[in-house]
Design a protein around this ligand. Structure first.
Ligand SMILES: Cc1cc2nc3c(=O)[nH]c(=O)nc-3n(C[C@H](O)[C@H](O)[C@H](O)COP(=O)(O)OP(=O)(O)OC[C@H]3O[C@@H](n4cnc5c(N)ncnc54)[C@H](O)[C@@H]3O)c2cc1C
Length: 464
């Protein structure tokens, strides 16, 4: 048995906590069975955006002719593209592992771990197991793809999830994606641009159904032109023969369809890794989906155990996990106890077009019974939006009767960037009028954001 000052479970966002604690002079155990950097670096944000950037380039070339530029796409080096993305992230993960091993205050257990009781963790090292104890434990145990029990054949038919999809070396001719959330939206953009024929099957009526409905509908319209969509259909069964995989799906009114492809990608959500860490053995309370419950100090129901990132289910994004890591360092390590806040919390989906959002959707505001007004502006109502021919793009601001920004949603080029103006404003307590009246560079694309707020404030004389 070995006693540490702190045990960090999970080497994704947990890695940040481990290194901060080591810098404070604590004797830290870091447990990660896979590569350091976790989902984001190895199987999520980073490789997916490297690949999506290539997809964006393909689309730019394909659209060049409509701007009077003679260009043609002569092919994509699919295997090399994937290989380069994976090599880069793997090198970064190796560097992290090297730094962890060289840190005198960190013992890096690159193996499986699980709770034995509230302050005891067992790690496997080959055939031996080792018992670790610590007064403080930070659980940054992450999440993994959720495979619905309701689909028959998932045990017999080979399929891929996002983890494998980012590492395939052969381009599929036809890919069937089950699920319509952000991972499906991003993956279909990548594979579609690489030349794969993509079909999406989802129980939701629109893609990205958690977004504001107007945004989700616009995205769905654009995707409908590029991909084969089967929305409103729940996948019920997978089957396979030599070279074809088949998804059977059923609509609410009993209509049954079958969709075939040479590969199936299941992107039906994420589930927390609470079971893998055996959080019950530590007495940690979980909700009905298995996410570990925390209070505003990120404390779990067991004293001396904190939880951050995907496993605690507050938001399932890297930037919110990073914010929680900062708070847990204060709360668990330096002792400056602070409640966590998420100022200007926003998110983006890197499909084509991009979408981004913060705060509430219009239907959530309506359900709250709040008074609100909506301001919108199309990209092509601005000079640069028109130059980009981004006619599908628009911004939508939802503003309360006292001028506060309740929600902001945007679809179109650089949406992931443009939203930061609004997140900063919200974090700083600025209201809709301030955004509308702040001078924006003409003709920068941020005029789309300003214009949505001006639509409400009516502050700009626009001429005849
Ligand atoms: C395809 C994809 C794209 C994404 N894109 C974005 C994006 O663009 N922007 C964004 O903000 N977020 C994105 N995300 C989400 C983001 O990756 C996660 O929110 C984030 O990585 C979660 O970090 P974490 O530290 O909570 O968990 P993780 O990074 O998953 O860390 C948990 C670690 O625990 C390890 N582990 C689990 N069980 C055990 C065990 N029993 N023993 C030992 N080790 C164990 C796992 O191997 C894992 O490394 C994406 C996710 C996916 C899947």
């Amino acid at each position: 048995m070995r006693d540490h000052d702190l045990i960090v479970l999970g080497g994704g966002t947990g890695n940040i906590v481990a290194s901060a604690a080591a810098e404070e002079g604590l004797d830290v155990a870091l447990i990660e069975r896979d590569r350091l950097g976790g989902t984001c670096l190895n199987r999520g944000c980073n490789p997916s955006k490297k690949l999506i950037h290539r997809a964006d380039i393909v689309e730019t070339v394909q659209r060049a002719n409509s701007f009077g530029i003679d260009a043609s796409l002569n092919g994509v080096a699919f295997a090399e593209i994937v290989d380069e993305a994976i090599t880069e992230v793997t090198e970064e993960a190796k560097e992290k592992a090297k730094r962890a091993r060289e840190n005198d205050n960190i013992t890096f257990y690159q193996t499986d771990g699980r709770f034995i009781d509230d302050h005891t963790v067992e790690v496997d090292s080959g055939t031996n197991s080792e018992i670790l104890t610590a007064e403080k434990i930070v659980l940054a145990g992450g999440s993994r793809p959720l495979i619905p029990d309701s689909i028959s054949g998932t045990d017999d038919v080979e399929f891929i999830t996002s983890a494998e999809a980012l590492r395939v070396h052969e381009r599929f001719d036809r890919l069937v994606i089950v699920g319509g959330g952000y991972i499906a939206v991003e993956m279909s953009h990548f594979f579609g641009a690489m030349g794969t024929d993509v079909a999406i099957v989802s129980h939701s009526e629109v893609l990205a159904e958690r977004e504001d409905r107007d945004i989700a509908e616009r995205l769905t319209d654009v995707y409908d032109d590029k991909h084969e969509l089967h929305l409103g259909y729940e996948a019920t069964a997978f089957e396979a023969d030599d070279d074809t995989k088949t998804v059977t799906a059923e609509s609410d009114d009993g209509d049954e369809i079958t969709i075939q492809g040479d590969e199936l990608l299941v992107a039906t959500g994420r589930r927390p890794n609470s079971d893998l860490w055996d959080v019950k053995a530590a007495g940690l309370e979980t909700n009905n989906k298995g996410f570990v419950q925390t209070n505003e100090y990120l404390e779990t129901s067991t004293e001396g155990v904190w939880a951050i990132g995907d496993i605690s289910g507050n938001y399932l994004f890297k930037h919110s996990g990073d914010k929680e890591a900062k708070y847990v360092i204060e709360n668990a390590i330096t002792g400056n106890r602070q409640p966590v806040t998420y100022p200007g919390m926003a998110h983006a989906v890197f499909g084509s077009p991009q979408i981004a959002g913060l705060g509430k959707t219009e239907s959530e505001v309506r359900d709250d019974g709040r008074d609100y007004v909506i301001g919108t502006l199309s990209y092509d109502d601005t000079a640069l939006g028109m130059a980009l021919e981004a006619d599908a793009g628009f911004a939508k601001a939802i503003v309360g009767s006292d001028g506060d920004v309740i929600g902001f949603h945007i679809i179109g080029p650089h949406a992931s960037l443009l939203i930061h103006e609004v997140s900063t404003a919200v974090a700083a307590g600025a209201d809709a009028k301030t955004i509308a009246e702040t001078i924006h560079i003409h003709p920068a694309l941020s005029e789309v954001v300003q214009g949505a707020f001006q639509d409400i404030q009516d502050v700009a004389p626009s001429g005849v």
